[in-house]
Ligand binder design. Structure first.
Ligand SMILES: Nc1ncnc2c1ncn2[C@@H]1O[C@H](COP(=O)(O)OP(=O)(O)OP(=O)(O)O)[C@@H](O)[C@H]1O
Ligand SMILES: [Mg+2]
Length: 1087
C-alpha cells in the first residue's frame, strides 16, 4: 500500500520545492479543467430550486398555530405574524409545492390530492424533480439533490418519505431500475450505492458496522481536484429491492450510532451516492463508459445557532455543531456572487468543512443540481422559515457547468495505469528537499520551516494520489458481476435476519426503539425470549443477551422475565437507571403492552406484547417520542397539559421537553467524566432574567451547579445546546481512548465556566404608586425561581423634585392622566438587604433596569456580610411624561435582582473524594424533584395585587387626612357664632386643603349637610365646568342621583367608608368607585 511507502530524501535534487509545488499545482489545475469536462462544451445551468410546505403537526394544531405561508403558481409568500397588516414577503422559485392541506389519506396511508386542490403529493414532486435527475443521469450528467430546512420541516419526508408516502430517493431508484429493464440491451448498466453521514465533522459509513474512531478520512484526489472518502463502502446493486434493503441497513446503523453516542440525528447530514455507469460501443466500435454520480443529500436541521443565544458563549468557536452547514451557506453565497457576475474574484470556501468538500462538484461544478427547501408553515417558525426562503433564493442564482461524462473505456484504463506508473516513479526518488541546491533561489520568500512544511504537504499529496489511483485500479480489476455477487451474498445473510424480524413482530413480545427523529423510530427490535433475558453492557460477565452501549448503561442493567405471556422487569444491579412510563424502576414491575422503557439516558423503547396485547387504559394507540418525553417531564414535576396556555407558555413547554433528555444526558456524561457538575432545567420569569417589565413570559434555562462549592450558573437554551455538543465531542474523544480528555485545560473545558455572580433571587416593585405620585417604601421578599424566599430587600421609590427632594407629603394625583405632558422625577433608593444563606457572604449587589434603560444599574458590591447596606440612589427624570411612560407606571414594575459573588474555590475537601455520581445523589436527596414548583406561570401576580392594595390604602389614607382636615375646618366653622361664619375665608381654606395635591383638582368644596351621621363633601374636578352645588345623601335629590353628587346613578363616584375599622375594605370598594373612575364630579361620603 502506498500508505506504507517511505519517501526517500534526495539531497541533491535540483530546483526548489516552491517551484515544484507551483508546477504541480498548475498541472493539477490543468488536469482538473480537462477532467471536469472543459474538453467538451459544458452545459451551464442554474441550480433548480423547489420549496415545499408541509401540513401542521400535532403540536402546532394543539396550540392553534397560524399559517404564514401561501403559494400561488411559482410564487411563495410568507407573512410576518407580528405585522399582519404588512404586505407578505414574496419569493419565486422553479417549483412551489403546496403540501399543507387539500389531501386525503387513503387506506394504505398514501396522501392523495383532493380533486381540484393545489396539494402536491410525493409523486408530483418526483415527477418534477426525480424524473429530471433520472433523465440527466441517463445522459451521463452528474446530478445532486439537496434537502434544506429546519428540524422537522419535512426534508426527510421529501427525500426518503414515510411508509407508503415514498420520497424522491426511493422512487428515483425504483424508476432507475425500471428504465434499465426497458433500456437498450446492448448496453451494460452498473449501479453502485453508498450511504454516509456527517456528524460533528466526522464521516461515518452507514453501510459498515465498524467505523474507525474519529470517522473516515476525507482526501482530495489531486488529479481530479475532488474530495472523496477513503475506504467508503460502495455496494454493487442490481435492483431497487437491493437498494431498499441497503437503505434500511444504513438507517438501522444510523439509529444505533445515534442512540449509542447520544448524537442528535437531526444534526447529521446524510449523503446517499449512486453511481450509474452505462457501457456501450460507439460508432467506431470503441467501448465507452458514460457515467453519472448521483448525490442525494438530506441536510441537517438548519436552525441558526445565533438565534438560540449561543452568541455570548466564551466557547462558541470551539463547537463543530453547524460547521458544515454554515460552510455550506458560505459556499452558496460565494457561488451566487460569482454567478451573478457582481464580484469577479470570489474565493469559494469548499475546504472549510467536510460537507462542502464532498459536495464541491454538486455545488459549483460538474453537476445538475436541485435543491428542495422544506418550509414549516407555523407562525412561531417565521424567522427560521424566512431564513430558509432567503437561503433558497440565494441558491437559485448559482450556475453549474455540467458535462456529459463519457470516455472510451480503454483510454480511462490506460490513463489510470500511466498515472500510476508516474506516481510510483515520483515516490521512488523525485522528491525535492528543503536545503537542497536551488532552494535559495526561492528568493527567500519562504523560511526553511515553511519549505519543509510544503515538502511534507507535497509528499502527502503524492501519497494520496497514488492511493486514490490504486483504489480505482483495484475497483476496475474486479468485474461488476463479481462485485454484485459478493454484495448479494452479504445481503442474503442480512436479508434472512430482516425477514425474520418482520415475521416475529406480530408473534413474539419485543422492545422497539423510539427516536427523536421519526425516521429512526421503529428501526431496532429486541425480541424477548421466554425465561430470563439480561440487558446490559457487552463487557459484562456473563455477556448480557441484549447488549446496549452508551451513557448510564450498567453492566447488568436490567432483567426481563417472560412467563405465561407476561413480562416482568427489574433492575440488574444497584444504581442502574431505568424508567418505566417515566417512573424510575426500583423493583420488579410488570410490563404491559405499549409500556415505555428508558434504559440509561438515551435508549428508549416501547414494549409490545402480541401474546397479551391489552394496553392499560388511556394509552394512545400510537406512541411517539413526544409522548414518552412528556411523561418523563411530568414525573419530574413539570406541567405538561397545554390546555389554556398562552403561546409563550406552550413554547416554553416545548423547550422543556426538548431540553430534559439533553440535560439528563449531560448529567450522565458529567458522572462518567467525573466533572462534579450537575445540570437542571429551570423556569425563570423573563423579568428575572432580563430585569425589566413583566410582559416576557417564563424562560427556560439550564442551571449548572458545581457540586464541590455550590456555585451555580444559568445558561440560556442556545448556550446550553452549544455546550452540549462540545460535551458530546469530549465524551466521544474519551470513548475513543483520548487520555487528554481527563486533563483538558479549564479554558477549553465545556463544563468549566469562570465564576460569575449568581442570581440569588428577585423582588418586584410595581410602580402604580408613582402614577398617583405616591411613594413606595417597603421590605420586599426576594424569592428564587422556585418561589423560595432567599432574603429581603428594602427599597424606596419616591416621586421627587429634579434634585431628588421628596414631594410635599400631601402631593397627590387623583387621576394618573394628569401627569401627562408634565415633567416628572422619581428616586429609586436601595437601602439594604438581608440574605438567608451564609454562602452569599462573599459579596452582594443588586441590579435593575427601569423603562427605556438599555443597561443595568448596579449597586456596589458589599462584601463580608449578609445584611449589606447599599445606600444606592438614582433619580430618574421624564421631561414630559408620555403615554408609554404612564403605562409603565400603571402596569410595569422594577425587578430588582439580588446577586451573590461566587469564587472558584472548593469549600469542603471531603467532597473532592466523592464521585460526581455520589455527589449528585446527595444533591437529589436534598432537593427531591417532585417538590419543585415547575408550572409555567408567572409568580408575580400576587405581589402585583399586594402593591395595588398598598396604593389603594395610601390613597385612602390621603383622602382620610384631607377629610379630617376639612372636617376640622367645618367643625371650627360650625362652632363659630353665626355672625362670624364668613363663607369666603372658610371656602378658601377648605378649597386649599382639597387642592393640596398640587394639581388642577377641586376648585370648590361644599359641605353638603349638617347632620352628624353622614358628612358629604363634593369636589368639582373640572375647573372650567360650571360651579355646581351638590346635595347631601339624605336629600331627595341625592337619593335620586344614586345618593351622591352629580354623577349618574349607574356610575356612583363614591367612597363609602362606612366604618373606619374597615379601612382596607373601604379602600377596595373605592377602587371600583371614585378613585379609579374617570373625570367628572367626585364625592365622598364619610360617616
Ligand atoms: N409534505 C408532508 N406531508 C405530510 N407530512 C409531512 C410532510 N412533510 C413532513 N411531514 C411530517 O413532518 C414530520 C417531520 O418531517 P421530517 O422528518 O421530514 O423532518 P426533517 O426536516 O427531516 O427534520 P430533521 O431535521 O429533524 O431530520 C414527520 O412526521 C413527517 O411525516
Ligand atoms: Mg430528517
Amino acid at each position: 500500500m502506498a500508505d506504507q511507502l517511505e519517501l526517500p530524501h534526495q539531497p541533491n535534487r535540483r530546483g526548489s520545492v516552491v517551484q515544484e509545488i507551483a508546477r504541480r499545482r498548475r498541472e493539477s489545475y490543468h488536469q482538473q479543467q480537462l477532467l471536469q469536462g472543459y474538453r467538451e462544451k459544458p452545459t451551464s445551468a442554474r441550480v433548480k430550486v423547489a420549496v415545499r410546505c408541509r401540513p401542521f403537526n400535532q403540536r402546532e394544531k394543539d396550540r392553534g398555530a397560524k399559517l404564514i405561508i401561501d403559494m400561488n403558481g411559482a410564487m411563495t409568500t410568507i407573512q410576518n405574524p407580528e405585522t399582519p397588516n404588512e404586505e407578505p414577503k414574496k419569493f419565486t422559485f422553479d417549483f412551489s409545492y403546496w403540501s399543507h392541506d387539500g389531501y386525503t389519506e387513503k387506506d394504505d396511508g398514501y396522501l392523495e390530492a383532493n380533486p381540484g386542490s393545489k396539494y402536491s403529493s410525493q409523486r408530483r414532486v418526483f415527477d418534477d424533480l426525480g424524473q429530471g435527475v433520472l433523465d440527466n443521469a441517463f445522459k451521463g450528467f452528474n446530478c445532486s439533490l439537496f434537502a434544506y430546512g429546519q428540524t422537522g420541516s419535512g426534508k426527510s419526508y421529501s427525500m426518503v418519505g414515510y411508509g407508503n408516502n415514498k420520497g424522491i430517493v426511493p422512487i428515483t431508484c425504483d424508476e432507475l431500475f425500471k428504465a434499465i429493464e426497458a433500456g437498450d440491451k446492448a448496453t451494460k448498466y452498473e449501479v453502485t450505492f453508498s450511504m454516509l453521514e456527517i456528524y460533528n465533522e466526522q464521516v461515518r459509513d452507514l453501510l459498515s458496522k465498524d467505523n474507525p474512531k474519529g470517522g473516515l478520512q476525507v482526501r482530495q484526489n489531486p488529479k481530479l481536484g475532488l474530495f472523496y472518502v477513503v475506504g467508503l463502502k460502495k455496494v454493487a446493486v442490481g435492483s431497487y429491492a437491493e437498494i431498499d434493503k441497503r437503505t434500511q441497513e444504513g438507517t438501522a446503523n444510523r439509529t444505533v450510532a445515534s442512540t449509542n453516542m447520544n448524537a442528535t440525528s437531526s444534526r447529521a447530514h446524510t449523503v446517499v451516492t449512486i453511481t450509474f455507469d452505462q457501457i456501450s460501443k460507439n460508432e467506431a466500435g470503441e467501448e465507452t463508459k458514460k457515467s453519472s454520480v448521483i448525490n442525494l443529500v438530506d441536510l441537517a436541521g438548519s436552525e441558526r445557532a445565533d438565534s438560540t443565544g449561543a452568541t455570548g458563549d466564551r466557547l462558541k468557536e470551539g463547537a463543530n455543531i453547524n460547521k458544515s452547514l454554515s460552510a455550506l451557506g458560505n459556499v452558496i453565497s460565494a457561488l451566487a456572487d460569482l454567478s451573478s457576475g457582481g464580484k469577479k474574484k470570489v474565493m469559494v470556501p469548499y475546504r472549510d468543512s467536510v460537507l462542502t468538500k464532498l459536495l464541491q462538484n454538486a455545488l459549483g461544478g460538474n453537476s445538475k443540481t436541485v435543491m428542495i427547501a422544506a418550509l414549516s408553515p407555523a407562525d412561531i417558525n417565521y424567522d427560521e422559515t424566512l431564513s430558509t426562503l432567503r437561503y433558497a433564493d440565494r441558491a437559485k442564482k448559482i450556475k453549474n457547468k455540467a458535462v456529459v461524462n463519457e470516455n472510451p473505456l480503454d483510454k480511462l484504463i490506460r490513463e489510470l495505469r500511466e498515472e500510476n506508473e508516474k506516481l510510483k516513479k515520483q515516490m521512488g526518488g523525485a522528491m525535492p528537499v528543503a536545503g537542497g541546491a536551488g532552494m535559495d533561489a526561492a528568493d527567500g520568500a519562504y523560511s526553511k520551516e515553511e519549505i519543509e512544511r510544503m515538502r511534507k504537504e507535497m509528499e502527502e499529496e503524492i501519497r494520496a494520489q497514488l492511493l486514490a489511483n490504486q483504489e480505482q485500479m483495484k475497483d476496475m480489476d474486479e468485474s461488476f458481476e463479481d462485485k454484485l455477487k459478493r454484495n448479494r451474498e452479504e445481503q442474503e445473510a442480512m436479508g434472512a435476519a430482516q425477514a425474520n424480524t418482520q415475521d416475529r413482530k406480530s408473534k413474539d413480545p419485543h422492545l422497539v426503539n423510539l427516536n427523536e427523529d421519526p425516521m429512526l423510530s421503529g428501526v431496532i427490535f429486541h425480541f424477548i425470549e421466554p425465561g430470563e433475558m439480561t440487558i446490559g453492557r457487552k463487557d459484562a460477565n456473563p455477556p448480557p443477551m441484549i447488549q446496549l452501549t452508551g451513557l448510564s448503561i450498567s453492566k447488568q442493567h436490567a432483567v426481563i422475565t417472560f412467563e405465561n405471556s407476561e413480562a416482568t422487569i427489574k433492575p440488574g444491579e444497584q444504581g442502574a437507571k431505568t424508567k418505566i412510563n417515566g417512573v424510575p424502576l426500583t423493583g420488579p414491575t410488570t410490563l404491559q403492552h405499549l409500556d415505555r422503557v428508558l434504559f440509561g439516558s438515551n435508549h428508549m423503547y416501547v414494549f409490545h406484547n402480541p401474546l397479551n396485547p391489552k394496553a392499560p387504559e388511556n394509552t394512545p394507540s400510537k406512541i411517539d417520542w413526544d409522548f414518552a418525553q412528556k411523561e418523563i417531564a411530568k414525573h419530574k414535576g413539570f406541567d405538561t397539559a397545554s390546555a389554556g396556555m398562552s403561546k409563550e407558555q406552550i413554547i416554553a413547554q416545548e423547550q422543556i421537553l426538548e431540553l430534559l433528555p439533553m440535560v439528563s444526558e449531560v448529567n450522565a456524561i458529567s458522572e462518567e467524566l467525573n466533572k462534579h457538575r450537575t445540570f437542571e432545567v429551570i423556569l425563570i420569569s423573563g423579568a428575572a432574567m432580563e430585569g425589566y417589565g413583566s410582559k416576557k413570559g417564563a424562560k427556560v434555562v439550564v442551571k449548572m451547579k458545581n457540586l464541590l462549592n455550590g456555585n451555580t450558573w444559568l445558561w440560556e437554551r442556545g448556550k446550553f445546546m452549544n455546550r452540549r455538543y462540545m460535551i458530546q465531542e469530549l465524551y466521544q474523544r474519551h470513548l475513543d481512548g483520548d487520555e487528554d480528555v481527563m486533563k483538558i485545560p479549564k479554558e477549553e473545558d465545556p463544563f468549566w465556566e469562570p465564576p460569575e455572580d449568581v442570581l440569588i433571587g428577585t423582588a418586584n416593585v410595581f410602580l402604580q404608586s408613582l402614577s398617583y405620585a405616591l411613594d413606595f417604601d417597603d421590605k420586599l421578599s426576594v424569592t428564587d425561581y422556585k418561589g423560595v424566599e432567599e432574603g429581603n430587600l428594602y427599597v424606596n421609590i419616591t416621586p421627587c423634585s429634579d434634585k431628588g427632594k421628596p414631594l410635599d407629603e400631601d402631593f397627590f394625583v387623583e387621576d394618573p392622566q394628569e401627569l401627562l405632558g408634565k415633567p416628572f422625577h422619581y428616586k429609586v433608593t436601595i437601602k439594604s438587604a438581608e440574605v438567608n444563606k451564609a454562602k452569599y457572604s462573599k459579596g452582594l449587589h443588586v441590579k435593575y433596569k427601569v423603562y427605556q434603560d438599555d443597561d443595568f444599574t448596579s449597586t456596589p458590591v458589599i462584601k463580608a456580610t449578609l445584611s449589606p447596606e447599599f445606600k444606592h440612589h438614582r433619580i430618574i427624570t421624564y421631561p414630559a411624561v408620555n403615554e408609554d411612560q404612564l403605562g409603565y407606571f400603571e402596569h410595569g414594575c422594577i425587578t430588582f435582582q439580588l446577586y451573590g459573588v461566587q469564587e472558584d474555590s472548593v469549600n469542603d475537601n471531603r467532597l473532592m473524594k466523592m464521585t460526581t455520581k455520589e455527589l449528585r445523589q446527595m444533591e437529589q436527596l436534598q432537593t427531591p424533584g417532585m417538590q419543585r414548583r415547575q408550572t409555567i406561570s408567572e409568580a408575580s401576580e400576587e405581589s402585583k395585587l399586594r402593591n395595588e392594595l398598598d396604593v389603594l390604602r395610601k390613597k385612602f389614607e390621603r383622602l382620610e387626612k384631607k377629610e379630617k382636615r376639612i372636617q376640622d375646618l367645618c367643625s371650627e366653622w360650625k362652632s363659630k357664632p353665626a355672625e362670624e361664619q364668613q363663607f369666603e375665608p372658610f371656602w378658601r381654606h377648605v378649597s386649599a386643603v382639597a387642592n393640596s395635591s398640587g394639581n388642577k383638582l377641586k376648585t370648590r368644596v361644599e359641605i353638603l349637610n349638617t347632620d352628624d351621621l353622614v358628612s358629604v363633601y363634593s369636589f368639582e374636578l373640572d375647573p372650567n365646568a360650571k360651579e355646581q352645588i351638590h346635595i347631601a345623601n339624605n336629600s331627595p335629590r341625592a337619593k335620586r342621583n344614586g345618593g351622591l353628587g352629580t354623577g349618574s346613578s349607574d356610575s356612583p363616584n363614591v367612597i363609602q367608608a362606612q366604618n373606619k375599622s374597615q379601612e382596607a375594605g373601604g379602600a377596595q370598594n373605592g377602587s371600583n368607585g371614585s378613585i379609579n373612575s374617570g373625570a367628572g364630579s367626585k364625592a365622598c361620603v364619610i360617616q
